[in-house]
Ligand binder design. Structure first.
Ligand code: ADP
Length: 736
């Protein structure tokens, strides 16, 4: 063990004991913005404040400290057996707070872990107002206990769980809930699907662990499109996603832009990674350095894929490239609620990394971190430990980085921001899918879903989003070669540690009893400040369970990110004019109604121009659709039309202000004339020329009024001017 290593360990120990002292002294650990705050993962005391804004607001200890002792350290951090590095670091942060808290004497901690509140009078005396509150609390606790005892166990239909089954069974057992492995005639509270919302289409109540449309939305092309739309509006906020082009339709732009980059600086020889649209587990992925190397067709079919800037300076550990698999729970779409698992996985390459060169482009074990590929490398290390081997816990990697002096709190808050921004990018279209499958008023289940975010850390520690998996593997066994060429599934301690925690705590958050409790006791301050924690009775009922490993990040940090939700407002307009059940596309009449209702046409932009706009955009967007039923204007096409209309109307503003201004205008019109869109069949009966025929000959100045080519040109310009930047502004003190 090196001297430095020993020093680091000693430092961490000291930090930890300081943290423990801080806890004893009475820490008020506040949740703050991700940008400036500690990650709050594995925090010794996790405090949830009901922000009522009045003197009697309640403060609840989130189980951690009081239960931590009983459970032993390995039960405290989302299954991580490490005393988490976050815990130590955050405890130091907590210590500072403790000093402040002590000075202010506003809080006291009692042995049972409940934070009691008092007031500091002007004379400096501390007035404990706990006596009556304690009585009330214990009555409430007793009542909640009685209720909890009466409650029947939550029922879970696991018949369609597929590869998540093992982890799910363990979770249900830990929760003492009731499993129905073969399904059940009566309704269950929760249905666990292995693949898609549609695994079982006969569910009309309860909760399903998949959203309709999530698979489609998170396919590589769709997801790239959604993020690129956000990049147009907010280029800086969305620079965590590598520049991408959609093939085959954007081949020309890709070829031109990569040529321009090389012409501008001959020393630059960027590498690109090509990913087939429906692919997963590294299937069909390859690296290129020139557009001519693209494999554009498979048989006679053009290959749908995404080609992406290759991040050639990843952060390395032990000279190996690795990526992070982060589990994210979308608890609700409307209103948006997102949780991040404090513990995740890191997947390591099995061949030392070198920057891409013509010689090593095909070395998959060097460039691709996929477990499914690397497990077949002779160098793959299966390990029972969580901090060695080719698959490790996220906390063990962050621990390593912290020991090298990396500011992991900053890394973690950047990761939280990346997750929230990505969710904001994909939610608008998900809403459309959701509306089509479960229109308001139709009986249907509520949905939640665990997503797998794949994140790469660059050498400068900036997190980069690689992709989001709608169906992250929840297997807790791994493939192992038991004889040459013979693979078998054997239990994987690392997977079990992480994934059982994620599933169990997702279930706890989705507990219908828990939900009712939080609905029936709305907290002052509204939704924005609501925190999802088990009620005290539930916490006691859950007994020996560790505290939740899922941390709410939205709406918790909504204030910082809400300004990004412009496309969602466009989607709300779109859905409003969709009308018909099950529809996902606007017809020409509905589009005209939208224009009329929002008063967007005038003598300079006539309804004839509106028709041309509709035809032009829909024809291009539906170019790749084989099915005539898919005809019409989808959300992404509508967004393009909306951007164009905004540009026309508010010429002097920047795009995002244009869009925000047009949204305000439309929303104001709709508010003034509620229900106007429902009358469209009466007010708009004119049928448009068929999309396939092109613009109406002789229509007023089609060039000036046909905006899509202009809009497209503008957006291509935008991308042309984006640099292929190595993003090395930050330099980390990390040994590569
Ligand atoms: P799949 O769904 O097939 O796993 P990914 O997008 O996750 O596809 O890519 C597979 C692997 O390729 C990633 O795990 C990562 O190691 C590597 N990778 C993907 N995109 C990039 C990129 N832009 N830069 C560097 N490496 C990448």
């Amino acid at each position: 063990m090196s001297e430095q290593h020993v020093q680091v360990e000693v430092r961490l120990e000291q930090m930890k004991s300081l943290g423990e002292d801080a806890e004893k002294e009475g820490v008020h650990s506040e949740e703050r913005a991700p940008a400036s705050d500690p990650p709050g993962v594995g925090v010794g005391v996790s405090v949830s404040v009901a922000r009522g804004g009045n003197a009697s607001r309640s403060t609840t200890v989130h189980g951690h400290k009081s239960r931590g002792g009983r459970l032993g350290k390995d039960r405290n951090t989302c299954g991580s057996s490490d005393p988490s590095i976050y815990g130590s670091l955050v405890s130091v942060h907590a210590k500072k707070n403790a000093n402040r808290a002590e000075l202010e004497r506003t809080l006291q901690i009692k042995g049972n872990g409940t934070i009691l509140q008092g007031k500091l009078e002007t004379n400096g005396n501390y007035v404990n107002n706990q006596a009556s509150k304690n009585n009330q609390d214990s009555t409430r606790r007793e009542e909640a206990h009685k209720l909890a005892r009466k409650r029947r166990p939550v029922t879970v239909d696991t018949a369609k769980a597929k590869t998540s089954l093992e982890a799910l069974k363990l979770s249900i057992r830990q929760l003492k809930w009731k499993e129905f492995p073969l399904g059940r005639r009566a309704a269950c509270d929760i249905y666990w699907h292995g693949v898609s919302f549609h695994d079982n289409d006969n569910i009309v109540s309860g909760q399903v662990n998949k959203f309709p449309g999530m698979i489609e939305m998170l396919r590589k092309i769709n997801m790239s499109r959604a993020v690129r739309t956000m990049q147009e509006l907010f280029p800086e906020e969305y620079d965590f996603y590598p520049r991408s082009w959609i093939l085959p339709e954007e081949y020309q732009q890709f070829a031109t832009q990569s040529r321009l980059v090389k012409e501008k600086d001959a020393t630059l020889n960027p590498t690109f990674i090509v990913k087939p649209d429906g692919g997963s587990q590294g299937d069909g992925i390859y690296l290129i350095r020139d557009p001519s190397e693209l494999k554009l067709v498979a048989g006679s079919q053009a290959k749908q894929s995404v080609v992406q800037e290759y991040i050639n300076k990843p952060l390395l550990i032990d000279k190996l490239k690795f990526d992070i698999r982060l589990y994210v729970l979308v608890k609700s779409l409307e209103p948006l609620e997102i949780y991040i698992a404090k513990e995740g996985l890191t997947r390591f390459c099995t061949e030392p990394y070198q920057e891409p060169s013509q010689k090593n482009l095909t070395h998959v074990f060097m460039h691709l971190t996929n477990y499914s590929l690397n497990v077949h490398s002779g160098n793959f290390v299966h390990s029972d430990s969580q901090n060695t081997g080719s698959k490790r816990t996220l906390s063990s990697v962050l621990y390593r980085l912290a020991a090298k002096g990396v500011d992991i709190k900053k890394v973690w808050s950047d990761i939280i921001a990346l997750v929230i921004k990505t969710a904001i990018a994909v939610v608008p279209e998900l809403r459309v899918y959701h509306h089509a499958d479960i229109p308001p008023g139709k009986p249907g289940p509520t949905c939640f879903q665990i997503l797998g975010f794949d994140i790469l850390l660059m050498k400068n520690l900036k997190p980069v989003l690689l992709e989001v998996n709608s169906n992250p593997s929840m297997r807790i066994e791994h493939e192992q070669e038991v004889a040459p060429g013979v693979f078998k599934y054997v239990p994987s301690p690392v997977d079990k540690e992480v994934k059982v925690g994620v599933i169990r705590d997702t279930l706890r958050l989705m507990d219908p009893g828990h939900k009712k409790a939080s609905v029936s006791q709305p907290r002052a301050g509204g939704f924005e400040n609501r925190e999802e924690i088990p009620t005290e009775a539930e916490a006691q009922e859950e007994g020996a369970l560790p505290s939740l490993c899922l941390k709410q990040v939205y709406p918790k940090y909504a204030k910082q990110f809400n300004y990004l939700r412009l496309v969602e407002r466009i989607a709300a307009l779109f859905i409003r004019f969709l009308g018909v059940k099950g529809n996902m596309r606007l017809g020409p009449t509905a589009f005209r109604t939208f224009i009329r209702t929002c008063k967007l046409s005038n003598s300079y932009f006539t309804m004839a121009s509106v028709d041309i706009l509709y035809i032009d955009i829909t024809r291009r967007w539906s170019g790749s659709l084989s099915d005539a039923r898919d005809a019409g204007m989808g959300l992404q096409a509508f967004v393009e039309a909306f951007f164009f209309l905004a540009g026309r109307r508010f010429k002097s503003l920047a795009l995002r202000e244009q869009v925000a201004s047009l949204l305000e205008l439309c929303e104001a019109q709709l508010e003034a004339h509620p229900g106007a869109e429902d009358r469209r069949s009466v007010s708009c009966s004119r049928v448009l020329p068929r999309a396939g025929r092109g613009p109406t000959p002789g229509a007023a100045n089609p060039q000036a009024d046909s905006p899509a080519p202009l809009r497209r040109a503008a957006s291509q310009d935008y991308r042309l001017h984006q640099r292929l930047k190595p993003r090395e502004a930050l330099r980390a003190n990390v040994d590569n």
